[in-house]
Ligand binder design. Sequence first.
Ligand SMILES: NC(=O)c1ccc[n+]([C@@H]2O[C@H](COP(=O)([O-])OP(=O)(O)OC[C@H]3O[C@@H](n4cnc5c(N)ncnc54)[C@H](O)[C@@H]3O)[C@@H](O)[C@H]2O)c1
Length: 317
Amino acid sequence: MVLPLSSANSSRRPSPLRPNSYDPVAPMDDEVHPVIHHGRVAVITGAASGIGRAAAIELAKIGLKIAIADVDEQGLNATAKEVAQIIGEENLITLPTDVAQLDQVERLRDRVYEAWGEVGVLMNNAAIAPKGTSWEGLDNWHKVFNVNLFGVLNVQHTFVPNMLHQENPSVIINTGSKQGITNPPGNPAYNATKAAVKSLTESLAHELRETPQANLTAHLLVPGWTWTGMTGAAAGKEKPPGAWTAEETVLYMLDKVRQGKFYIICPDNETRREVDQLRIMWGAGDVAEGRPALSRWHRDYKALFEEYVKDGLGQLD
Ligand SMILES: NC(=O)c1ccc[n+]([C@@H]2O[C@H](COP(=O)([O-])OP(=O)(O)OC[C@H]3O[C@@H](n4cnc5c(N)ncnc54)[C@H](O)[C@@H]3O)[C@@H](O)[C@H]2O)c1
C-alpha cells in the first residue's frame, strides 16, 4: 500500500496531525537572534575539517567568540589561523580534544568557561565513518560508537549542566545523519550511531522543554550530501555537482536554528526536500505496515518504492 502524502505535502496543506502551535517561532532577523549573535560564544567539536570548520568560520564572521576542538591537531591549527584572521586571537580558543575522552572534554569546558563564562552555541559535530559489516570488525564498532555516540554524550553531559544555569538563551546542535533515519545498507555501525544520536537528541529536546529554568534548546542537524573530509574532499578531489559545500550546509543550519526548528534536514544539489520526506515516510512505513526491513533496497519492493516516490512528487508538482 502506498502511504498517504499529507506529511510530505505539509508545506502546502495543513495537516490534522499538527497542533496549531506547531511552528510558534517566527523567522528571526540575523541582527536580533539572541544566540547567533555578535559577542556570544560558540564551541565546535570536529572543527579541523568540513562542516565544523565551516561553522567556525561562519560564526566568526557573525562575531561570535569561537572555541574549536578536534583530534586532528594539524587541521585544527589550520582552521584556527583562518578563524583568528576574522575575529582575532583573543576571541579564539584552540584545544586538541578527543571527544571520546571525558577528561579532555571537561578540560575544553573548563577552558571556555574560565575565559568567557558562557556558551551560546554548542556544536556536537565530530564523527568518524569507518566501513564495516554487521557481524565483523567488533573493534570498529566500539571505535565508531566511542566517537559518534559516546563523544556526543560526553559533550552533552559535560556542557549542558553549565548551560542550564545561564541566563541568556543558548542552543546545542547535535549532528545526526540521514543514514540514522533511513538506514541505507553499507555502513551499519555508522548508521546505528546516528540513529542513536537522533534518539538521544529528541529526548534531550523534550527534557529541556520540560525543565522550567532551562533557557536552552536542542537541535538535530542532518546534513545532506556535503563535500567534506568524510565524503572525499580530503583527497583533494573536485566537489561533485550533487554535493553541497560545507558552507552551504552551515548557512542552511543557521537559518533553521534562527527559526527555532528542531529537525534540520538539509537538502543538497541531488536530493530535494520532498524526496527526503518521501524516503523518510517510506522507511517509517516498513515498521507501520510490516514490510521487510529496508524494503527500499529489497528486490521485491524496489519498483513499488520508485512508484511511491514518483506518485508523491507528481502530487506536489
Ligand atoms: N559530509 C556529509 O555528507 C555528512 C552527511 C551526514 C552527516 N554528516 C556528519 O557531519 C559531521 C561533520 O562531518 P564532516 O562531513 O564535516 O566530516 P569531516 O571528516 O570533514 O569532519 C569531521 C571532523 O571530526 C574530527 N574527529 C573525528 N574523531 C574525533 C574525535 N574523537 N574527537 C574530536 N574530533 C574528532 C575529524 O578529525 C574531522 O576533523 C559528522 O557528525 C558527520 O557524521 C556529514
